[in-house]
Ligand binder design. Structure first.
Ligand SMILES: [Fe+2]
Length: 261
């Protein structure tokens, strides 16, 4: 197994077939994931059953609360090109933060990739947290952000009766690394609890633009057969469109998480 460490986050792992992993390989992969937050495996051949099987390295596969899974595999969502106007992932977010216990990891496996466009960007939220000034860190350290699923329900044509909110800390401690990360997602956060609306909005706008600076970002150009696994506890991601009507098909799966603290 060859590991190439990327900057400012991520590691590319090659020379490995994920369908034949030794105990030692699994341990190395787990550690590399915690150290680098995003893993890129090239040239993998994974049918839905194999993808689900590999996901157990990161936890129990979850069924998405809104989007329906593929035949026989409710945990695996097929992401396809429904046209740019219906593209819902071109914003910075960590996955499904409107749940009490959002998924720890997301696995995204490419089946068909366009020649151009469709890059995924990942932003290192440990670094984003570290760089915040001391006063802002102490001011927001005990504050909670209110996350809502309403945007996803509206986009997916879901029942608005299912709308709900949850509260998560603005700075999240990673339960396995012990490091702190910035944890506000433009897609799902509505406001900072206990701040007046104007101040909440100003603070959030600052945090969003801070979190997505170029210096924290790794940009991935996909090839067919890439599997990427990212850590939703320390990373935000952004899915660019820019592939017109060309085909782009991915399988996506998330694994169980815990309540952020
Ligand atoms: Fe996502």
């Amino acid at each position: 197994m060859d590991i190439k460490i990327l900057k400012p986050l991520g590691a590319e792992i090659s020379g490995l077939d994920l369908n034949i992993l030794s105990e030692d390989d699994s341990l190395k992969i787990r550690q590399c994931f915690l150290d680098n937050s995003v893993l890129i495996f090239r040239n993998q051949k994974l049918n839905p059953s194999q993808l689900k099987n590999i996901s157990s390295l990161w936890g129990k596969p979850l069924v998405h609360p809104v989007f329906k899974g593929i035949e026989g595999y409710p945990e695996i969502i097929e992401i396809r090109n429904y046209g740019e106007q219906y593209h819902t992932n071109a914003h910075w977010h960590s996955d499904v933060t409107f749940e009490e216990s959002p998924p720890d990891a997301t696995l995204l496996y490419s089946l068909v990739v366009p020649e151009e466009g469709g890059d995924t960007l990942f932003s290192n939220q440990y670094l984003a947290y570290d760089d915040l000034d001391h006063d802002l860190k102490s001011e927001l350290s005990e504050k909670k952000a209110i996350h809502s699923n309403i945007g996803v329900l509206m986009l997916s044509g879901g029942d608005l009766k299912d709308a709900k909110t949850v509260e998560h800390p603005i700075f999240r401690e990673h339960p396995e690394t012990g490091k702190k990360a910035l944890y506000v997602t433009e897609a799902f956060v509505k406001k900072i609890k206990d701040l007046d609306p104007k101040e909440s909005q100003q603070k959030l706008e600052f945090l969003y633009s801070h979190a997505s600076q170029e210096k924290y970002i790794y940009r991935h150009k996909w090839s067919k057969g890439d599997l990427i696994v990212w850590d939703n506890r320390s990373v935000q991601h952004f899915a660019e469109h820019g592939y017109g009507d060309n085909e782009r098909t991915m399988h996506r799966l998330t694994t169980s998480g815990s309540k952020p603290y």
